[in-house]
Design a protein around this ligand. Sequence first.
Ligand SMILES: [Zn+2]
Length: 117
Amino acid sequence: MQAESRAGRLSSRPLGHINYLRETLNKNHMEFISPDIANVNLEDFMIEALQEAEVADQAGELPIGAVIVIDGEIISRGRARHNEFKNQLRHAELNAMLDGGDLLWKNYHRAILFTTV
Ligand SMILES: [Zn+2]
């Protein structure tokens, strides 16, 4: 599976808190997650959000990233861009929502936001 190979490729990176996240999701939050995404690999999307956080970090921003998923596909991405825009509102999550545009607007009820904070 493509998703597994991507996760495998990234497994050598310093993403130790993914394990914590997985345990937290499994133990505490899975019961709240819609059955629609019961078969979605949540870890893969968190890895994508962490990659956005890395980009933000490398740009001198707060290391925070986000992705928005609809029907198992990433439809938008965001990262902290406060310094770039000199704007306290440019959170990773808000930037991901802005990036989602019309597709997110029309499907927000099925959208899932993954953020690193
Ligand atoms: Zn935020």
